[in-house]
Design a protein around this ligand. Structure first.
Ligand code: GLN
Length: 197
């Protein structure tokens, strides 16, 4: 375990990055907004937040961040991806924009906005592997539906579909832990980024 608190970058193109910064700091991490390539230097972890995956991918491409972020994650940087972040990482995207770019590093297939219009937003108690005690309040906002999982470990299911998966040092969630008021997943991620889980 490192003596210094791990430094975690939060991709700040668009979306729910401020809430992640606050949650990570409350969970004991040092944080940095990631807006350009240099911001990746020296990170122990990165968060790809929720928002709009198409806009995020476009802005990443424009700012020249798409390839460096892909390289960093592929090189083993601890990664927490939530909602749109999960879509950005997914290998296959259904109902995306025709030219939607993705990092394509996580062996899952997702359907954008796959929970349908009637249930654009909902909250569900989740049983998540590795979290002690009570269920986790899963806040879903126009969430991606995970329709295929390949060589990943499923950490939680809801309604017959995976909503939390892990692949090596990548953790991807279909919901928004930063909006739940529950810090347990951020604490686990801070531990992962510090090399202790
Ligand atoms: N539906 C959004 C997308 O396609 C994701 C929603 C979210 O991140 N809350 O990117």
């Amino acid at each position: 375990m490192k003596l210094r608190a791990p430094l975690i970058g939060v991709l700040a193109m668009q979306g729910a990055f401020a809430e992640h910064m606050r949650a990570l700091e409350s969970a004991g991490a040092r944080t940095r907004l990631v807006r350009e390539r240099e911001d990746l230097d020296g990170l122990d972890g990165i968060v790809l937040p929720g928002g709009e995956s198409t806009t995020m991918a476009m802005l990443m491409e424009r700012t020249g961040l798409l390839e460096p972020v892909r390289d960093a994650i592929q090189g083993g940087l601890a990664t927490l991806a939530t909602c749109a972040g999960m879509i950005l990482l997914a290998r296959d995207i259904t109902d995306g924009m025709p030219d939607q770019r993705s990092l394509g590093l996580l062996d899952i297939g997702v359907r954008r906005n796959g929970y349908g219009r009637q249930v654009e937003s909902f909250e569900a108690p989740l049983h998540i592997e590795g979290l002690n005690g009570k269920t986790f309040p899963g806040v879903f906002i126009r969430a991606p539906l995970v329709e295929r999982v390949g060589d990943v470990h499923v950490m939680a299911m809801h309604d017959g579909h995976p909503v939390a998966v892990r692949q090596g040092r990548i953790v991807a969630l279909g919901f928004h832990p930063e909006l739940s008021g529950d810090l347990r997943l951020h604490r686990e991620f801070v531990r992962l980024a510090s090399g202790s889980s």
